[in-house]
Write a protein that binds this ligand. Sequence first.
Ligand SMILES: Cc1cc2nc3c(=O)[nH]c(=O)nc-3n(C[C@H](O)[C@H](O)[C@H](O)COP(=O)(O)O)c2cc1C
Length: 307
Amino acid sequence: MCYSVYIDICKGYLLYAVVVYFAVKVFYFLSICTKNWFERNPTRNVNDNFKTPTVNSFADTKQIDSEVDKEENEENEENGCLPALPQHLQHIPLEYRRMSHNDMVDASLKFYQIMNQRRTVRHFSCDPVPIEVIQNIIRTAGTAPSGAHTEPWIFAVVESLDVKQKIRTIIEEEEEINYKKRMGKIWTTDLKPLRTNWVKEYLTEAPYLILVFKQLYSFREDGIKKLHYYNEQSVSIAVGILLTAIHHAGLVSLTSTPLNCGPAIRKLLDRPLSEKLTILLPVGYPAEGCTVPDLKRKDLEHIMVKY
Ligand SMILES: Cc1cc2nc3c(=O)[nH]c(=O)nc-3n(C[C@H](O)[C@H](O)[C@H](O)COP(=O)(O)O)c2cc1C
């Protein structure tokens, strides 16, 4: 008798547990459905305020965009999260002209031939270079892509002989230690064919020095810190374009990375702590009778793999 009552009580508990289990499952399922529905159907109907811009409706949508921006910015400010770029950035038609097959092959071959003439030059003429050319070169570098369009670069252009001399002193002092102590036998041996050492006349001979700083972060107008994603890669691409622009303008340069000189040069040029010196380029004309090492470049088959 007692035993069957005990079994009945257990059955009751079991049934109760099964019912509770399924009730929780149903509740969970309903809450997920409701959440998804609200996400897909926000209280404010975006379509009432924001029309997808067509080519001819950009002027109309500018006003609408800024109203939507304001409203959404207020919402996001409350959440403490705002994109660094405008919330409803316009998307405009791409300016693009498709080239014919032959033109493309022609243009790419010609450009390769031009770029294949680029050389690192270590002996510069003092002849002046028009500042407009330097400005255009830097404008060109500034067209580089960057992580989330953060443009994490600043190009310091030095023309003053006094500043160039101070930079040279900093670099030569450090480079002497680099060559004698820090770089080691293998590195200095590898550099011997290039005939480089710690004496850097080009730092005062070249009419301009361009010092490329990468910005680790910056501050938005509202004072919020702006993170610079992939700043290293972005600046490297910008420097590649800078070198291409220098060559295209008929000038020469020397890609250099002065080891251990960054902080002193940053202080000299009064740049903030958020900036790091990445590359220093003297830019100008080659000195009369200038020579370059007779280097060979790898063939296509050694630099390209096709799958
Ligand atoms: C990241 C980097 C750092 C370099 N640093 C120096 C340098 O400190 N001093 C120097 O004389 N050349 C420097 N060079 C230039 C290379 O030696 C040169 O690019 C290489 O020898 C190939 O020659 P080319 O540029 O004429 O093709 C550097 C190049 C790169 C890409």
